[in-house]
Write a protein that binds this ligand. Sequence first.
Ligand SMILES: Cc1cc2nc3c(=O)[nH]c(=O)nc-3n(C[C@H](O)[C@H](O)[C@H](O)COP(=O)(O)OP(=O)(O)OC[C@H]3O[C@@H](n4cnc5c(N)ncnc54)[C@H](O)[C@@H]3O)c2cc1C
Length: 387
Amino acid sequence: MYNLKVVIIGAGIGGLTTGIAMRQAGYQVEIYDRAQELRPAGAGISLWSNGVKVLNKLGLGEQLAAIGGEMNAMEYRSHTDEPLSYVDLLPLFEQVGQRPYPVARTDLQTLLLEAFGPEHVHLGRFCIGVEQDEHTATALFEDGERVVADLVIGADGVRSAVRAYVVGRPVDRRYAGYVNWNGLVKADPALCKDDLWVLYVGDHKRASMMPVGGDRFYFFFGAPMVEGTQVDPSYRQDELAKIFQGWPTAVQNLIEAIDSEQTNRLEIGDIDPLDQLVAGRVALLGDSAHATTPTLGQGGCQAIEDAEVLTRYLVTTNLSVADALKRYEAARKDRTAELVLKARKRTRTIYGHEPEVTQQWYKDLKQEPPEVVISALAKVILAGPMG
Ligand SMILES: Cc1cc2nc3c(=O)[nH]c(=O)nc-3n(C[C@H](O)[C@H](O)[C@H](O)COP(=O)(O)OP(=O)(O)OC[C@H]3O[C@@H](n4cnc5c(N)ncnc54)[C@H](O)[C@@H]3O)c2cc1C
């Protein structure tokens, strides 16, 4: 289809990538975000090869490589510093044809925003709903404005305002039972090798570091916790020191190195897989469609895949907008649902929902041959839209 006018709600990874793909297709695209200033939630993100391949196709590969960390291996160690597993990732890159890139989120956001065109992003615009008729879809804003387009895309995250319109009921986020702390620190051999993704696991918790561009490590911690706890940002280092007391020296060094005020603290959740991702001329995309726990590192990558697939159907078919959206839904529903449920299961294992399962996982990590890990990662990557 030609000359479409597209309204996207949300300027996160999903909305911006979709905006770039659709502008490259010649469509007129405007993005509206409720934030007054775009600030990504979280410090880093690992873009696995399936996401990177889509960004390569959009002409962003070189810029992405420049902000990406060189992660060549992953290692699991126990909370008593016992080596559990070591996986060289080079065979994975050979199988799938592209290395992944851990990146700082602000670097990624700047890259995507510049590629899309900041002048087409309208901030401080809170979408409160959507309407449509046979010929148009309209986004409704809190300030009373209505913006009419050929289609509206709800890329408005886990607490989406567009989702209830598409699925016909409110869908609540499910708390996954754990808190994640994350941030960036200066790379330092006292913390981790500079091309390694290390994960310390034990006692139903984990602590991890991986390299991102700019000589920094992205770190995260995770620990089970009841819902609703709050800790003043200035005490985050103290909180982590308490929760990870007695963990290996590298973890203690990391806690000492972090800046409390710059450390994010998030309660993690997901949503149940949806029956519908589209309604007529309105589509959900990214976390609004399939928010997941981050235990597979695929949430952002799936938003990027959505962008590619949705744009592809609009460009390559010409029956109607609603028909192209239905094809997008058919292509994305099972893939994303499967990953959400897989990540949920992994979350339960990592964070001790059934303690005996977690204990068995610690044992399995020691036995699992690296080829099995590589093959599981490759399977997820190669099932993406770029193969
Ligand atoms: C701790 C953590 C670690 C993660 N690690 C990884 C990883 O390693 N790899 C990976 O691929 N993924 C990872 N993810 C998942 C990834 O961050 C998300 O899947 C991704 O950011 C979703 O992008 P999005 O554009 O769909 O939504 P969001 O990034 O949430 O963007 C939604 C945008 O919509 C705006 N918005 C919301 N409501 C409205 C409204 N009513 N009107 C207007 N604007 C609105 C918001 O302001 C926001 O800018 C992780 C997630 C977390 C929490």
